[in-house]
Write a protein that binds this ligand. Structure first.
Ligand code: HEM
Length: 332
């Protein structure tokens, strides 16, 4: 496939990598400052710190009829791939599930030979940041005083761009009734052999959110637990192929790939089987999942992440997880 290209910040992959290392340093400063604010003796993930649900025994069942262009490596008709799932709140600092927030879904597909393929998604289709610099600058400015955030944002990005970002964040951060009812999007593109795609998870559950006795800070965990006790939870995995640079850009993650431009093609089902998440074994497996580092760059080469916003994530996630994974060796 032709008509798409990657454009490196600074003019080359090497120059861009240097820029990314500086941005990763800034994200580490945020991680450290949040550790201090939370009064902890260990670091959490810099974002998506609170795992709401972790399930080890999920599977991705590839459609028997998966269209030929999407049959790449393990995505073969009828394949049943073991998957670990970590559902999270996007907030940097763990907070009550009742707070408006964006939600995350991280999938780790277990492949033969110990390889993995991670798919990361959030509950809003388009990023507030067009690129890595915007993402990190926004995150840095958000650390400052709330009252002056808007003017600082406007002076950094200009009025129109600041308004676009705020509007995006306000729509993305909402209350959630159930993770089983959420739709999740990759927001950035990845390669699918020779074709760039964005991907999404579409909920198959239709039952309204389960009544739970405990509506406290972990209400979403209790809701999902109640739901899984009575039946499985499934999502359809769909991919949206690249069309052209104007309507489905690779380097600008602030532009939505509209469905009337590129219709999503469903190719597989993520199935989380009925189980009791309150059992000791399930809790132990959930703790193992929370200890796993997810990274869009944990992917076989034919599924390489594309675009500046996605390229930075390799460096930033590795730096963040290197810190929080040390917590296993400390008291926390
Ligand atoms: C393109 C859209 C993006 C999506 C869909 C996305 C999604 C996610 C998800 C689902 C997680 C949780 C992973 C887990 O459960 O362990 C996560 C974590 C994280 N994200 Fe993103 N993200 C995006 C862009 C970015 C960007 C541009 C940055 C920074 C430059 C960033 C920084 C982080 C960090 C630091 C973590 C914590 C990683 C760790 O410590 O293990 N994300 N993201």
């Amino acid at each position: 496939m032709r008509g798409w290209q990657e454009v490196y910040d600074g003019g080359s992959p090497e120059a861009e990598r240097q820029i990314f290392l500086d941005l990763a340093e800034k994200m580490l400063e945020i991680q450290e400052s949040n550790r201090i604010k939370a009064g902890k003796d260990h670091h959490d993930r810099t974002l998506h710190s609170k795992m709401v649900v972790g399930v080890a025994q999920a599977s991705l069942i590839v459609d028997a009829e998966i269209p030929a262009p999407f049959r790449v490596l393990h995505f073969q008709p009828g394949a049943a791939l073991p998957v670990a799932v970590r559902f999270s709140n996007a907030s940097a600092i763990p907070q009550s599930d009742a707070m408006p927030d964006m939600r995350g879904a991280a999938l780790k597909i277990m492949l033969d030979g110990g390889d993995v393929h991670d798919l990361l998604l959030t509950s809003f289709p388009v990023s507030h940041a067009r690129n890595a610099r915007q993402f990190v600058d926004f995150a840095m400015l958000a650390q400052g005083p709330r009252e002056t955030f808007l003017p600082r944002l406007a002076s950094r990005f200009g009025e129109a761009e600041a308004a676009r970002m705020i509007n995006n964040i306000q729509q993305a951060a909402r209350p959630c009734a159930s993770f089983a009812l959420e739709r999740f999007w990759s927001r950035g593109a990845i390669l699918w052999d020779t074709m760039p795609v964005r991907f999404e998870l579409r909920p198959m559950s239709t039952a309204a959110s389960h009544e739970t006795i405990d509506a406290g800070p972990d209400a979403l965990r209790h809701e999902f637990t109640a739901r899984l006790k009575s039946g499985s939870v499934s999502f359809r995995l769909a991919v949206q192929p690249f069309v052209d640079e104007a309507s489905t850009p690779i380097e600008d993650a602030g532009i939505e790939w509209r469905e009337d431009v590129s219709a999503p093609v469903e190719i597989a089902t993520l199935n989380i089987p009925a189980q009791d998440l309150d059992e000791a074994d399930a809790k132990a497996r959930a703790a193992q999942i929370d200890a796993m580092a997810f990274n869009p760059w944990n992917a076989p080469a034919p599924f390489r992440p594309l675009g500046n916003l996605n390229r930075v994530r390799g460096v930033v996630y590795a730096a963040s997880s290197q810190r929080w994974q040390q917590r296993g060796h400390s008291k926390g």
